[in-house]
Design a protein around this ligand. Structure first.
Ligand SMILES: [Zn+2]
Length: 93
């Protein structure tokens, strides 16, 4: 995950300002459909602690991984989101 510029963003999950030094992240911008219930959580800043206890975390990660696989270039690697919210690149199998 990209690091956010601390102090400028609000957490999409708890709504609090993300303070400098807090462990926070920005989710990938991967959903184009505004009607999607997960849309507002894509390309959004959030505390990592909030992400880890988010009740829709598993659904969000599964959706990201599904989209990433579909968008991946042929050959090479595709990005995968871990349960901690990190993006890792894995070789195509
Ligand atoms: Zn938060």
């Amino acid at each position: 995950m990209e690091r956010i510029e601390a102090g400028r963003a609000h957490c999409a999950l708890c709504g609090e300002v993300i303070r400098p030094g807090e462990d926070a992240m920005v989710t990938p911008d991967f959903l184009a459909d505004e009607a999607d219930p997960l849309w507002r959580f894509a390309d959004a800043a959030m505390h990592r602690a909030c992400f880890l206890v988010w009740d829709r975390r598993k659904a969000f990660i599964a959706r990201y991984n599904q989209v990433a696989r579909r968008l991946a270039a042929t050959g090479g690697s595709y990005p995968r989101m871990t349960s901690e919210g990190d993006i890792v690149h894995e070789p195509m199998s």
